[in-house]
Design a protein around this ligand. Structure first.
Ligand SMILES: [Zn+2]
Length: 1025
């Protein structure tokens, strides 16, 4: 995977800091034990350097170095069973051949101890891992995994260590993963030679996304003198310049313990990790000087400007406004922890939310559809940067936008920030730290990765309250502290780049032409015997890919290692003011989580398409006595966020039954509960809808976000579309979150006058925000539950005027008790369309990117049906044992597989796929393979492990009991399904493949998103959009 660190870090930055000093309670025995390590202590070849208690995060940090090689190690001991390991190497390429990225892929093609191809992918099926991945950033490559099982941890650690330190790096692996010349049809020597390779295609896909393209250019041009000036993931046209020798050389110098940083997290003992890492890897190396440091970027004496082009976006909310412009500033070194902390906080004050100066100055005048995707503080490079600018703007506004940016900076220097905004930000951070997430170890690993990569102190980064204290202190001593920083880094900084990007109608054509020229140059250099060799190598690769793999070398858990039963999550069903409420006691660390599900059964059908828009604006336009700015400020000061989303919940017993609604979600510190309910009451009783200017801002940014998301999650759009005509729930899902919704929002964004939308929103509100159609859920600590119940009663009283008896628009409503043991208690109201006629449909969406997303979906059986478990296992097994090989390894797509959806729809998909209709045949071949029964008990057991690792993935205290609340699936029903999963046999799998997936057995739908397609254009069975 190639990761542009920016997006990740934006999320992780929220881990950042805490406004309060906690008294250190020894809440955690793992953290307590770890405090006993002493600096200077020797353990399995390592020396302890530092032991630090970090009470804010309930952990103890232990820093070590490896004596012989100098490898660095950080352990975070914390009472969390979701243990994590990661190893990262500083990888600083000096060209754009994508060598670190191709290496990341190639080390996963087999190693000395585990010579079978793709051990990572195969371990997915032999492990109960909760996360396994590898990714390449601009200046490091990281390999993390997490698991809740101790034996599994050792297994995975062994595979990871062997992969990174002792990979085979065969020439054939390099061709498959990197690039190669090959006959288009490898079995036909007369077919034309083309470029192939997984990374080659992945990067073509990545740069078909204009946001990624822009982010890449911006970084390359702001840091033009060293490693950040090249594309670490690989520039598609530079990738074919890489040789196998260069790849091996890069591995030898970069994937060495002397250039490695190890991180472990969780409740497993540190000694065991150190022992295994020493014995299996580090003891076999001598220290080297890796010489991978990144020198400081020389500062410019005057600002620069540059321009780049991209492909036009057919889905842009306003086709005449497709320019992007940003001003980017080079900041200080990220290893200065306090400076980084200050600048990150400053960045939030400058750009986050409707009260920030840049939001007021750039977004509200609607100069563009939204901020550019790269805005804000970026600490992913050795020296940080800050960018500010817009996407979706008109070319003629360029000068105006530049002026506004510089004027806003002057204004900030003159007037500073309101104290309340700084407090709101610190409050937000307190909440984010208390919120218990399920992947805390992974968040920490990513949070410290960049600074540690350049020898910053990772322990200092974790001691967030030190930074907060210092921040408060500094601000007291110098109230102009932040303004001075703005002056220093923005006003007086001559190392800044103004980069604009505009669409070029001929962009894709030029790209294709450049690729063709590159290809022809390579081909012209070939002799006849070279061509013959290419043909033979192509056949060899095909043969290798088709050969059944012996995976017996890999360690594996057994099905008997899986817990036979699930722990029960007790909930209580009660009512508050006549509204059903589910209470769930959880260790939420002082937070209260409140959710309300509101049915949309009474909503007229013609308003359905507006529901997602309603959800995205209802908490952001102001309510009661608060305008939208004050409302946003109150939400930040008093809550952990308030949001509303659409819900389509298929029934667990009937394919043609479903519940439709919206879900209100929010959280707060328990002391702020009355404030949070007050904010919700205002939204129910007097939401503001009439501010057309505000609405337009929100509409533009929603439409832009949807349009941007397609090149990234095209497979989801393809699957949603393929399911559309198969069940009523599938149809609604397409309206809410499919291509239909994308096009609808584009239409709204293009409307010159939004008054019709403004008239519609209150109509929707009357149907949705009605206590008669509502049920609530609360997750809180036992101490807080009764207080929450009282406050909830009063909230329901406050909104009682919104009650109104209304008739459902569809006649067939089925009621299901919320508590299955209590038929007379409160109910969920489901729509049943038992006369629904599924139909076959093949839809093609012509898109402005050079790769395809292909999907086929088949109507099968719901969750409670006895065959559902077999279909779940089958999907997993087909993915691992057949489709991955066909679609990724042979087909060159980034990914592909099959999955059994919650609504009883079995879907095949491919991701960033150079093929289109050919992939549909691969799906069919997968079905034939399953029907033929050519798989072993081992294959089935592996699929079971893989399914269970998803079923048993950790659930955060905030989300416990939610599947029961939303879909009525109780722990007993889950246990029954679990037992069926365990019981699935070879015979069952062949049988369900035959009965459900064979052509003609069931109704299926097909959808493809991709570039103009000759085959499809000529085939009248396709609907082309
Ligand atoms: Zn990749």
């Amino acid at each position: 995977m190639f990761r542009q660190t920016k997006a990740v870090l934006q999320k992780l930055r929220h881990l950042s800091f805490n406004g309060q000093q906690h008294t250190w309670r020894l809440k955690s025995t793992s953290a307590e034990r770890a405090l006993q390590y002493q600096p200077g202590q020797k353990i399995h070849g390592f020396t302890v350097k530092e032991v630090v208690a970090v009470p804010d995060l309930f952990l103890t940090a232990v820093k070590l170095t490896h004596d012989k090689t100098g490898a660095q190690y950080l352990h975070a001991a914390r009472e969390d069973s979701n243990n994590l390991f990661s190893v990262q190497f500083r990888t600083t390429p000096m060209d754009s051949t994508g060598v670190p990225h191709i290496l990341e892929h190639t080390v996963l093609c087999g190693s000395e101890k585990y010579p079978c191809r793709d051990p990572f992918f195969k371990m997915l099926n032999r492990s109960l891992s909760t996360f396994m991945n590898a990714f390449t950033a601009s200046d490091y490559t990281m390999y993390p995994f997490s698991t809740q099982n101790g034996k599994d941890f050792q297994n995975l650690l062994s595979v990871y260590l062997d992969a990174v330190f002792f990979p085979c790096l065969r020439e054939q692996d390099f061709w498959q993963e990197g690039w190669r010349l090959e006959n288009e049809n490898p079995t036909d020597p007369s077919s034309p030679l083309v470029f192939k390779g997984v990374v080659f295609n992945e990067m073509k896909g990545a740069f078909s996304d204009n946001e990624s393209l822009y982010a890449q250019h911006l970084q390359n041009k702001l840091y033009p003198d060293h490693t950040y000036s090249v594309v670490s993931g690989g520039e598609p046209l530079a990738i074919p310049d890489l040789t196998w020798e260069q790849l091996k050389q890069f591995h030898a110098t970069h994937y060495h313990p002397s250039n490695a940083r190890f991180f472990t997290y969780g409740d497993l003992p540190l000694e065991q990790h150190l022992k295994q890492i020493e014995e299996e890897a580090l003891s076999k190396f001598e220290r080297i000087d890796p010489n991978t440091e990144v020198p400081p970027q020389p500062h410019w004496s005057s600002p620069r400007e540059d321009h780049v082009t991209c492909s036009p976006d057919a889905l842009a909310p306003d086709p005449s406004r497709q320019n992007t412009l940003c001003v980017s500033y080079l900041l200080g070194d990220i290893t200065d922890t306090f400076e980084g902390f200050t600048l990150s906080l400053l960045s939030s004050l400058m750009i986050s939310g409707p009260n920030s100066p840049f939001y007021k100055a750039l977004i509200e005048p609607k100069m563009g559809t939204d901020f550019s995707s790269v805005v804000g503080y970026d600490g992913s490079t050795k020296e940080a940067s800050f960018s500010i600018g817009l996407q979706g703007m008109a070319e003629e506004d360029t000068e105006r936008v530049k002026e506004i940016i510089s004027q806003t900076i002057d204004d900030i220097i003159a007037s500073g920030f309101e104290e309340e905004r700084i407090e709101a930000l610190l409050h937000k951070i307190e909440i984010q730290m208390k919120h218990q997430s399920t992947n805390f170890g992974l968040s920490l690993a990513s949070y410290i990765a960049s600074s540690w990569n350049h020898d910053g102190n990772p322990v200092q980064l974790l001691q967030i309250s030190n930074s907060v204290a210092k921040f408060r202190q500094t601000l007291t001593e110098n109230p102009r502290f932040l303004q001075d920083k703005v002056k220093q880094y923005f006003k007086e900084n001559t190392h800044r780049l103004t980069l604009s990007m505009s669409p070029d109608e001929a962009y894709l054509e030029k790209q294709a032409q450049a690729e063709e020229e590159k290809l022809q140059k390579k081909i012209q250099a070939l002799s006849d015997s070279d061509k013959k060799e290419i043909y033979e190598k192509g056949l060899e690769l095909l043969a290798a890919q088709s050969k059944t793999q012996d995976t017996s070398c890999l360690p594996a858990l057994k099905v008997s290692d899986i817990e036979p039963t699930i722990p029960i999550t007790p909930v209580q069903i009660s009512t508050a003011g006549g509204v059903p409420v589910q209470y769930c006691e959880q260790p939420t660390n002082g937070l209260v989580y409140f959710r309300a599900m509101c049915s949309l059964n009474t909503l007229p059908e013609d308003l359905r398409l507006y529901v997602p828009l309603f959800c995205s604006v209802i908490t952001r336009m102001g309510s009661g006595g608060l305008d939208y700015r004050q409302q946003a400020q109150q939400m930040e000061l008093r809550t952990g966020g308030m949001s509303v989303s659409t819900q389509v919940i298929p029934d667990s017993t009937q394919l043609d039954m479903y519940e439709q609604g919206i879900l209100l979600s929010s959280s707060c510190l328990d002391r702020n509960l009355p404030h949070m309910f007050q904010l919700w009451s205002d939204i129910f009783n007097s939401p503001h809808f009439d501010d057309e200017e505000r609405l337009r801002v929100l509409v533009m940014s929603s439409a832009q976000e949807l349009a941007n998301g397609i090149s990234y999650s095209g497979h989801t759009y393809a699957m949603t579309r393929a399911c559309r005509h198969l069940t009523p729930a599938g149809d609604l899902q397409e309206s809410f979150s499919g291509m239909e919704q994308v096009k609808f929002m584009k239409r709204i964004a293009e409307m010159p006058d939004l008054s019709q939308v403004i008239r519609t929103l209150p109509r929707i509100k009357k149907h949705l925000l009605n206590p008669d159609n509502m049920r609530c859920a609360v997750n809180a600590t036992p101490q807080k539950l009764s207080d929450t119940a009282t406050q909830l009663e009063s909230f329901i009283r406050d909104i009682a005027d919104n009650r109104k008896e209304r008739k459902p628009v569809r006649p067939n409503i089925t009621e299901r008790p919320l508590d299955p043991l209590d038929d007379c208690g409160p109910c969920r109201k489901l729509i049943s369309e038992l006369n629904f006629q599924p139909c076959q449909m093949k839809t093609f969406f012509k898109m402005p990117f050079p790769i395809n997303f292909v999907s086929e979906s088949i109507r099968t059986v719901p969750f409670s049906h006895e065959d559902n478990a077999s279909l779940c296992i089958l999907a997993r097994m087909m993915t691992a044992k057949f489709l991955h090989g066909e679609i990724r390894e042979k087909g060159g797509a980034y990914g592909g597989g099959a999955k059994m959806g919650g609504g009883g729809l079995f879907s095949f998909y491919s991701y960033r796929d150079p093929n289109s209709v050919q992939t549909l045949s691969a799906f069919r071949k997968g079905v034939d393979w399953a029907k033929s029964g050519q798989f072993t008990q081992q294959d089935i057991d592996e699929a079971k492990l893989s399914v269970f690792s998803a079923v048993d993935s950790p659930v955060a205290p905030a989300n416990k009991g939610m599947s029961r609340f939303l879909s009525g699936v109780t722990d007993e029903m889950k246990q029954r399904h679990r037992e069926r999963l365990f019981a699935v046999t070879h015979e069952n799998l062949v049988d369900v493949a035959q009965r459900y997936l064979s052509i003609g057995q069931r109704t299926c739908g097909v959808a493809i998103l991709g570039p103009d397609n000759e085959t499809i254009n000529k085939d009248p069975s396709w609907i082309v959009k």
